[in-house]
Ligand binder design. Structure first.
Ligand code: NOJ
Length: 535
């Protein structure tokens, strides 16, 4: 059960490294730099979708679930990558997108061509409109209505972009296809899957209007009573998927992306016969504030314990503004997730970097598995000022050009050199422009510099491996440091102290500082800093 306490590095393949010079990350670039990832001291990688796709939503619009997009490479290269990763001690998770296909998927092409009432339409959610209006009042997550009309007048549902038609999970052929797709990749040695919008597959029969509920509640909350989020029947799908994963030796694993607001709702996906893990977005959205973080940790642990599951801890990914930039806002008591939440609030990136360092020690000291998003080990901030004509996230267009979307956390990584493309690939450009100010942040510039973020991440990951208590010892809060300090004990000899107060905190006497995110002078831990101390 390696996944119970693993550190997993997220590879956003479009932006990791480019092997062929077209400015887009690919398998060749990733294979080239697998040694870098293994050298960080992580246990596994999760790779965002690499399947053939028109890229209307960065690859989350899949047109063939059992192949690799030629812009990323070939199936043979993917198989080689899995073998090479395993040889370096890295497990490999892929990303499966079951809620919707691409509109270029042969099923959807057939559905549109076959016309009303055809069996091909039953794989999706086609409905007649209400007069000239869509069949119901649901909205797309990216903005605008969740329905688009085809030439014969029928409408199809898309909770995301119109290029991502929602599948009908009541259709046995859809269920069988995905179970076989899991096997297709498991047979190729893949160790598990991240499940895209895992809570959205099932829709309430009749597709009723949201009505007042749409305005009255946050999009992702509804505790089982929502017509398309987090419905009870979705759990049967995951019970089937669990049987598929358990038939392998060693068993394969899942991590769910399910934006449900309550840990109690999330833990339902983690019952013993369902999924193994789920991203902890409560932690990701918690403000940098001791009370909130402590409450988040307590609730997370309690709800996971109730079902015997192992929690995950995650602060950034390809859908949210990088946490360095979120933590750079002094008014961080307001929960933030998207770039839109940050714009207009002054940023102090040095403060953000200090807090990121402290947050890493907290995260690595919590019981469970940890997800790191590529580039956080370089201390990359969100790119908040990408030129408008560079933006490709569908959110930008669907919001009527008001929400800049998620491109700012997807800018290609800076590897080396002192000007863009910073060694991203052999070509002159990158698919999103890199800021010239990233020169000091390249992996090359940081490597070997003990004060750099990169070396700090490496050291913390090494130390986590070297301190068995961090994986095995019981967890307990210690409260003698006051309400603005989080202190975590892992067994009798290990303490993680995180100072979220405005003044220095005295570390316990007769202890040794094993690692700290900032200099500890005279046993004083500065504000916005953390330390691992051992007795
Ligand atoms: C969640 C993915 O992480 C995101 O990037 C994507 O846009 C949506 N699901 C739709 O697939």
């Amino acid at each position: 059960m390696w996944w119970r306490d693993a550190v997993i590095y997220q590879v956003y393949i479009r932006s990791f490294a480019d092997g062929n010079g077209d400015g887009l990350g690919d398998l060749a670039g990733l294979r080239d730099r697998l040694g870098y990832i293994a050298g960080l001291g992580v246990d596994a990688i999760w790779i965002n979708p690499w399947y053939p796709s028109p890229m209307a939503d960065g690859g989350y619009d899949v047109s063939d679930y059992r192949d690799v997009d030629p812009r990323f490479g070939t199936l043979a290269e993917a198989e080689a990558l899995v073998t090479e990763a395993h040889a370096l001690g890295l497990r490999v998770l892929l990303d499966i997108v079951p809620n919707h296909t691409s509109s270029a998927h042969p099923w959807f092409v057939e559905a549109v061509a076959s016309g009303r009432g055809s069996p091909a339409r039953e794989r999706y959610l086609f409905r007649p409109g209400r007069g000239s209006m869509p069949p119901n009042d649901w909205s797309s997550v990216f903005g605008g209505p969740a329905w688009t009309q085809v030439p014969d007048g029928e409408w199809y549902l898309h909770l995301f972009d119109p290029a991502q038609p929602d599948l009908n999970w009541d259709h046995p052929g859809v269920r069988a296809y995905f179970a076989e797709t899991l096997e297709f990749w498991f047979d190729r040695g893949v160790d598990g899957f991240r499940i895209d919008v895992a809570h959205s597959l099932i829709k309430e029969p009749g597709l009723p209007d949201l009505g007042a509920r749409a305005a009255a509640q946050p999009v992702f909350a509804h505790a089982g009573a929502h017509p398309h989020w987090d419905r009870e029947e979705v759990h049967e799908v995951y019970r089937e998927w669990r049987r598929v994963a358990d038939a392998y030796d060693p068993p394969r694993m899942f991590v769910a992306e399910a934006w449900v607001d309550e840990p109690e709702r999330l833990s339902r996906y983690l019952r013993p016969d369902e999924l193994h893990t789920a991203f902890n977005f409560l932690y990701l959205t918690a403000p940098w504030q001791a009370g909130d973080l402590r409450r988040t940790i307590v609730r997370t642990l309690a709800e996971h314990l109730a079902v015997g599951a192992s929690p995950t801890w995650v602060l950034s990914n390809h859908d949210v503004a990088r946490h360095l930039s979120r933590y750079a806002r002094r008014d961080q008591e307001i929960p933030t997730r998207q770039l839109a939440d940050l714009l207009g609030r002054p940023a102090d990136l040095e403060l953000g970097a200090r807090r990121v360092r402290a947050a890493l020690l907290l995260t690595l000291a919590l019981p469970g598995s940890v997800y790191l998003y590529q580039g956080e080990e370089l201390g990359l901030p969100e790119v908040e000022d990408l030129p408008e004509d560079a933006l490709v996230d569908p959110t930008w267009r669907r919001s009527g050009f008001t929400d800049r979307g998620r491109d700012g956390c997807r800018v290609p990584l800076p590897w080396s050199g002192d000007a863009p493309p910073f060694g991203f690939g052999p070509g002159p450009t990158t698919w999103l422009p890199q800021p010239a100010s990233w020169a000091p942040l390249t992996a090359e510039a940081q490597a070997g510099d003990p004060t750099s973020m990169l070396e700090y991440y490496r050291e913390a990951l090494r130390a986590r491996r070297a301190i068995p208590a961090l994986r095995t010892a019981p967890f307990r809060f210690r409260d003698e440091f006051g309400p603005d300090v989080i202190a975590i004990e892992r067994g009798p000899g290990f303490l993680c102290v995180v100072n979220l107060s405005g003044s220095p905190v005295l570390l316990p006497s007769r202890t040794t500082v094993r690692l700290s995110s900032a200099d500890v002078v005279g046993d004083l831990l500065p504000p916005d800093a953390a330390a691992w101390v051992t007795r």
